[in-house]
Design a protein around this ligand. Sequence first.
Ligand SMILES: Cc1cc2nc3c(=O)[nH]c(=O)nc-3n(C[C@H](O)[C@H](O)[C@H](O)COP(=O)(O)OP(=O)(O)OC[C@H]3O[C@@H](n4cnc5c(N)ncnc54)[C@H](O)[C@@H]3O)c2cc1C
Length: 592
Amino acid sequence: MRQTLDFLLNDWLHVEQLTARPRFAEHSAETFAAVLDTCERIARDKFAPFNRLADTQEPHFDGERVHLPQATHDATLAYAESGMLAAAQDYDVGGMQLPCVIEMAGNAFFSKASVAMGGYAMLTSGNASLLMVHGTPTQREVFAKNEFAGRWFGTMCLSEPQAGSSLSDVATRAELDDASDPLGPRYRLTGNKMWISGGEHEITENIIHLVLAKVPGPDGKLIPGTRGISLFICPKWLVNERAELTGERNDIVLAGLNHKLGYRGTTNCLLNLGEKGQGAVGYLVGKVGDGLRCMFHMMNEARIGVGLGAVMLGYAGYEASLEYARQRPQGRPMTAAGKDSASPQRPIIEHADVRRMLLAQKSYVEGGLALELYCARLVDELHTGEAAAEAQAVLDVLIPIAKSWPSEWCLEANSLAIQVLGGYGYTRDFPVEQYWRDQRLNMIHEGTHGIQALDLLGRKVVQQGGASLAALAARVQHTIERAMQTGWSAEANQLAAALAQVGGATKKAWSTGQPEEALANATPYMQAFGHTVLAWLWLDVALALPGEGDFAQGKRAAARYFFAYELPKIGAWLDVVARREPLCRDMKTEWF
Ligand SMILES: Cc1cc2nc3c(=O)[nH]c(=O)nc-3n(C[C@H](O)[C@H](O)[C@H](O)COP(=O)(O)OP(=O)(O)OC[C@H]3O[C@@H](n4cnc5c(N)ncnc54)[C@H](O)[C@@H]3O)c2cc1C
């Protein structure tokens, strides 16, 4: 994986060019490599050996305290000590001023080693980064800085039992208590937050919850829709403006832990706010009614992070099944003369069908890695590049793909990894079943698969008269033109046809102007769109491959696999989109 990562970063995305920009001037190819080395080492020593333990020793609540394996404490604190919590932050707040693409690449090692143990740090970094943008100077100093230092960890509290995909229905209520508190306008919050990752633990002395809640209007009623949503900092233990714990427990308490299919190393909590009386103390971040906008400020990075986590779980399964397939003897070659049962068995990797399963995995996980790094590189273009508007447009359409494509196809990779191991894959004696269970979350959180599809077809590809889609198409076209001059011209033609098909289906889906008609097949649309994007990236990667060695040949085979076995699938997906197939929409509830 390291060789692939280095190739994608250096030979394909040319990350060293970023060091010419003032923000990254103190970095070099060597400092980038040193960051990756450190992450790889900590992940290998502190995370990977305990991934199974974090799964079998599920977080346990004894009624007062939540218990986690000591290894989770040690691993997360080692991560904090590495400085990665503030990797992308300015030097003057203790950060490393790393480009997003290097930060993401470093974090990839942790997702691969133990995605669940890594969850606490990812949430903390996202929480503190949000406060750096939207918090007051005191909120940044007190909360964000202590999170970056690893003294306190953070959470994101959006969901409620009755409000998941539909956040406009958030019912947690925030009443003004004291507008002049030095930590920000102080409110009292009452309500319930469901599914909160990292919502309770004792790894750090405090937990800083970022909570979405509604401030009632003048009539005392909660304002309907997302306009009414505001964002609050609710520390588990109250603190003063000097960042000292006051010793007083905030009224935000654990009602219970959720027991999950996978991802068990990260606690997942139902939290009750204001159960005991006046309400939990929460300090307003930004303006009243601006909560969702603040929360989604970091959305691009969060969704790339989820996508990358999905890719790395796929990668872990691919590597485990590859190693197994090289060693497992089973079966003999079938020749025209039949099988020679006196001959030794062959390793299963020599069977074409096993190679098919390994190539599928390789094409999903390496293609997925290219996708996520490409998107992270676009985030850097957005923040420090010269063509920020174009980068924004391309990123807009790619973000639903970055989140959803690996969630679906690296789950398939994990399933294929189990299949390669046969019965052994289905047992807990091998790691592949855990990867599949951990992976299954990714189509659910950070916007479900269906919600991502609605975002893509309902908003992103039609926004500004289709300008974002056109910006992406221009980049795809550029790759096609370059590939036409090479031995990849057949694939280039195939990609050009796919791009035209996606464009045509987009138009036909919206030709009646009826959202219900267009969006009834949003998920197949997203599948086709995602496969087209991946074909493009594979072609682009193939053009950057050096020489004839095993490394390059393997990647070429994976690229060809994607064009031969995967891209043709888009026909079926786009057919239902283009004819606005009404079946799912018209199906009556009573007919089920
Ligand atoms: C392990 C885990 C960790 C999580 N961590 C956090 C966290 O840290 N913080 C946090 O705030 N939340 C967290 N979540 C919550 C997660 O974001 C929600 O589960 C998710 O948003 C879906 O909400 P829901 O579960 O209520 O499902 P629902 O919204 O009820 O969705 C159920 C199904 O209906 C579909 N659906 C819903 N609405 C529509 C629609 N309009 N059109 C088409 N289809 C629709 C969905 O796609 C889905 O398939 C976590 C969840 C899990 C399982």
